[in-house]
Each structure stands twice: as structure tokens, then as C-alpha cells.
Design a protein around this ligand. Sequence first.
Ligand code: HEM
Length: 428
Amino acid sequence: MTLAASFLGGAKSRLLPASIPFRYFAAAAGFHVLAWSVLLAAADELAVFSGGPGMVLAAIHLLTLGVLVMTAMGAAFQLLPVATRRPLTKTWPTRLSFWFLALGTAALAHGMAAGNALTMYLGAGGATVSLAVFAIVVADNLLRARDLPVVAAHGWGAIVSLVFFAGLGIALIADYDTGFLLDHQSIGLAHLVLAGFGFMGLLVLGFSHVLIPMFALSRTLPARPAWSKFCLAVTSVVLAAAAAATGQPIGLAVASVIGLGASGIYLWLMREALRTGMRKRLGLSFVLVKLSWAALVLCLGLGLALSLEAPVPHGAALFGFVLLAGWLLTFLTGILQRILPFLASMHAAGSGGKPALLSELTADLPLRIHAGCHLSAVVLCSAGIVTDTTILIQLGSVFGIAGALAFAAFTGQVVVRATSGFAAVRHP
Ligand code: HEM
């Protein structure tokens, strides 16, 4: 049996009301436009960014919390119960978590842009409450799950990282006022490692075990390499976070090499899924997914080079940009353009109709515009960072805004079609 068949067996009984995952995806679409817009306004500060409040920090958190975490939460709340075959015990915490994250992110970004400590605390508090609710809901589901132990292990790793990166984030804000941290920049880097690789990275690596074989229609992936990859990834994150916090470049170099090893196994597993999958033509979404994998390797290679003090112009800002926009954002938008129509079709079927054709729920033109604009944005901004050329970063941000608007149009279209019962009407 393929993973898709076992994944989908009885899945409808574990679906959340459509409004829950879709509100996360719709909000992520809005924050996506906002993140690129704020970056446009801060284009002249990006290449030289090295922490501290301001527009760049606001843009970073509109992207990380508003788009990446928002998307990951919406997807996890919906897909985890389907993957583990254990429904969520209650749905109200998923609604609560959404409002805390949406309002918390908006307040945090506003406080960071304006340098306002109170708004930053309020926003950080809201985001942290949302993350805590997410951790409790996911932990409760994983504790009841017996299937998919590799995916569950990645989930536990992400939950532990969450506790630390949120704690360090709040400590960094408190440090703006009090200056109690011995080395603010080192703690900032540890926060980046735990949030970017430990939380988002482990979620991406874990969910890839379910989603990539499901979309490629391949069999379940072999367990041994998957466990090796998990152990290497966790070792790399723990070592990198400890080395960053204590200012040990050699530890960062070793962690980057271990991370490259974990990525090598991950990419081999993903290639196996695509090679053995029954569906060969995976379309534009997988072009983005494959490019995001290239960005992951590039990002870790860059991390290694920087920790060995290689002269990469504006390397720190480039590293953060390749991590967040190159790897994570490209991967999530690639996967989301498959998940959204897939969920919409299951909901349409669940509400009484036959499963809708995915092609009727997908809009090709906005996705093509998004892909072209997003990739142009990543290349232009990266070139702008390396050469410290504001106009290139501005141009890249404009492409980013255009791509985000196109993606929002796609998201809106799927949500409207799914919630208006379009599919059920077309297939009576
Ligand atoms: C509770 C949520 C969060 C809070 C309170 C928070 C807070 C902060 C603060 C105060 C800084 C400034 C560090 C400095 O001045 O050097 C920062 C930097 C940063 N954060 Fe967050 N953050 C949160 C979530 C996240 C998430 C989820 C991600 C990524 C997925 C992320 C990625 C980053 C990055 C890339 C930086 C720049 C690091 C650097 O300057 O080296 N943050 N964060």
C-alpha cells in the first residue's frame, strides 16, 4: 500500500472544520505581503543588519512568525491527526492559538519597528502563548500516537527547540532595556539556530516524511536512514546552539558539517520517494521544493564558510536571508500549493459531494506568477546583500510583494471555492 492510501484511509473523520486550517493559511498570505513590504522600506539596512530593533527585525518576524510558523501551525493542526490516526481531543485551542499568534505577531513586529518595549513584550507574550498552546496540542497528539515514530521524534525535537527559542527571544527583548546579557549577539545567533533549524527545520524534515511520499505516491521511506538523519540533525542543532551562545566558531563549523550530513541523508530519502513514486509529473510546486533543498545545502555551506572566517561579503545577513527566504519560505509555498487544494477537495467531499478534481481547485496563473516573482526576489535580494546595493534589494522586495500578492490570490481562490461548496455543486 502506498503512504497516500494509508494516510487517507479514514482521514475525513479526523478533519478539522475547514475554517480552522484555512484561517491560518489566509493570515499567512496576508503576513507574506506585509513582510516583503516592510523589507522594501528597510532595504538600505538589510545588508548591514546585525540584530537590534528596527524595520529589518520587524520584517524578519513578520516572515518567521507570520508566514512560516503560521503555515506550519495550520498544516500541523490539520495533518498531524490524519498522519497519527489520532483526532485532536479538542478544537478550541487551535482557534485560540490562531488569535494569539496573529495579534502577537502584529504587535511584536510593530514594537520591533518602532523600538517600543511595551508593544514588543505584549507581542512576544501573545506569540509565546500561541506557541505554548501549539506545543501542548501537538504533544498530546504525539503521546497518543503509535504510528510514524520518526515523524513523532521530529515533532518532539521541534517542541523542545520552541521552549528555548521563545525563552531566548523574550530574554533578547528584556536585554534591550536592561543589558543583562553578557553577549547579546551570541544569544541572537543561538535564537536564530533554535528557531530556524531546531523548530522550523525539524518540522520541515519530519513532515517531509509524510507529505513528499504522499504527493509522489511512493511507499513509506526506510526507517534506518531516517533515524540516522534525525540523530544527526538534532546533534547539529544542539551543538550549533551551544556554540553560538558561547561564541565558539569551531563548534559552529562542526555543527554545519553534521548538518550537511543530515541534509545529505534527507535529500537521499527524498530522492528515493520521488524515484519510486507512481506520480512522476509533480509540476511547479516541486520545482520550488527542489530549489528550496538546494538553498538548504547552500545555507549550511555558507554557515560553514562563515564559521571558518571565509571572506563572504555581508555573510551574516546573506546566511539569514538564504535560511528564511531561500529554504523555508520556498519550501513552504511549494508544499502549501499542494496542501491547500488537497484539503479543499477533502472538505468538499466531506460535506456531501464526491471528491473535487484538484485541477478545479487550483489556479495555475497566480502560481506561475508567484514562482517567477519569488525566485527573482530571492536572487535579487541575495545579490543586493552581497554587493550592499539598496536598489537591488528594493527591486527584489517589489518582486517579493508581487509574488506574495499572486500567492494570496491563489489562497483566496481555493478558500472561496472550498467554503462555497463549489466542488460539491460541480460533482453532484
Ligand atoms: C516568541 C517568538 C519570538 C520572539 C519573542 C523573538 C524575538 C527576537 C529578538 C528580540 C531578536 C533580536 C536579536 C538581536 O537584537 O540581536 C530576534 C532575532 C531574530 N529572530 Fe526572533 N523571535 C521570535 C521568534 C522567531 C522565529 C519563529 C524565528 C524563525 C523561524 C526567528 C528568527 C529570528 C532571526 C533570524 C533573528 C535575527 C538574529 C540575529 O540578529 O542574529 N524568531 N528575535
